[in-house]
Write a protein that binds this ligand. Structure first.
Ligand SMILES: NC(=O)c1ccc[n+]([C@@H]2O[C@H](COP(=O)([O-])OP(=O)(O)OC[C@H]3O[C@@H](n4cnc5c(N)ncnc54)[C@H](OP(=O)(O)O)[C@@H]3O)[C@@H](O)[C@H]2O)c1
Length: 329
């Protein structure tokens, strides 16, 4: 008689370095009303996982970890009408706990995968592309002729964001931390790429814009880039601080925005952009359309067993890779 494998998940009872993540068997009840049970085949890494594991974005303890995954519906709770056993789905805003073999999630938080999208590709890009989607459509509706700067342009979000800005007709200047990563940024569609690990990167970015500076600066790096972002934004330009990979951006006086050219500053998040089910499903359809048109590509830079999530985190924090990291339950 064969027995189904016991569900496992990464659990944390303390916060700190990668080894605080423990791969443990978990009790999983049948899905409750409005929920479905997903057997996950691929789990995406997102840099927010590092902040949360390290305790920089505090969480209750004990907790699961992870936001993005894809898999197949294996059980359906009462009241679920729009999903059935066998449907392939992706998630990015279903609550913490995506680092797992199986999980119960609200059906409203799942997007059904179109036939042309594999679960591996969805795990690699869904969260990142949903992030790029609101950044280029809502935070600023990128227009043909806009000059945009994308920091960390060779990262998971950065590659997708750069390609999407380019497809919308913008001139895209990427930045990244090495010559090889600058080459990856150019290959993704950046018109120019500047190595921001080198002195003079701010002046080089301004030169790459022909001195006009940027209509929008997308900054997910924070501490290392933020003050420079204020200097590469054009007058009345928008600085979008959406992450802190190098540490939190320094606090500034509002008056500095006036001095730098009447700038706009925003600090958005993907979650409120997708907490209404109708909006979430419309945004997901936009992402799948961008995948079908080849704008969003699943560029997988590294693969790890989910039980070795600590290795995936060490790899991400080493800054060795380009593209997305995918883990396999
Ligand atoms: N607000 C939102 O809605 C939202 C949603 C999703 C993600 N994010 C943010 O977007 C960013 C990218 O996420 P991701 O999943 O694409 O991660 P990722 O692939 O690991 O990209 C992070 C990038 O940050 C750069 N970086 C600069 N300084 C770093 C440092 N000290 N340590 C590590 N990396 C550093 C690295 O590029 P170089 O080596 O080239 O510098 C790396 O490519 C993160 O800051 C994340 O929090 C925000």
């Amino acid at each position: 008689m064969s027995t189904a494998p016991t569900p496992h998940a990464i659990r944390l009872t303390e916060f700190g370095p990668p080894d605080v993540m423990r791969w443990l068997p978990v009790d999983l009840p049948p899905p409750g009303p409005g929920q479905v049970q997903v057997q996950q085949s691929a789990v995406g890494f997102n840099y927010i996982d590092v902040y949360q594991r390290a305790g920089k974005y505090p969480l209750p303890s004990p907790t699961g970890l992870g936001h993005e995954a894809a898999g197949t519906v294996v059980a359906v709770g009462d009241g679920v009408r729009d999903l059935a056993v066998g449907d392939r789905v992706a998630m990015m805003n279903a609550g913490l706990g995506a680092y797992a073999t199986h999980r119960n999630v609200p059906a409203d938080k799942l997007a059904k995968l179109p036939a042309g999208v594999s679960e591996e590709d969805a795990a690699a890009v869904f969260f990142k592309a949903m992030t790029a989607q609101y950044l280029v459509k809502k935070t600023h509706a990128v227009q043909p002729g806009d000059i945009v700067v994308v920091h960390a342009a060779a990262g998971g979000v950065g590659l997708i964001l750069s390609a999407w800005c380019k497809a919308l007709g913008a001139t895209v200047i990427g930045t990244a931390g090495s010559a090889a990563k600058c080459a990856a940024a150019r290959a993704a569609g950046c018109d120019a790429a500047v190595d921001y690990s080198q002195p003079g990167w701010v002046e080089q970015v301004v030169a790459a814009t022909g001195g006009r500076k940027a209509r929008v600066v997308y900054d997910s790096v924070g501490a290392h880039t933020f003050m420079g972002s204020l200097d590469i934004a054009a007058r009345f330009g928008l600085v979008v601080l959406y992450g802190a990979a190098s540490g939190p951006a320094p606090a500034i006086e509002p008056e500095l925005l006036n001095k730098k050219g009447c700038l706009f500053l925003t600090r958005p998040s993907v979650f409120p952009h997708n907490d209404e089910v109708a909006t979430f499903r419309a945004n997901a359809a936009d992402v799948f359309d961008a995948m079908a048109r080849g704008i969003v590509k699943a560029s997988i830079g590294a693969r790890f067993p989910l039980a070795r999530a600590a290795d995936a985190h060490r790899f991400a924090e080493s800054r060795a890779g380009t593209g997305a990291i995918v883990m396999y339950p």
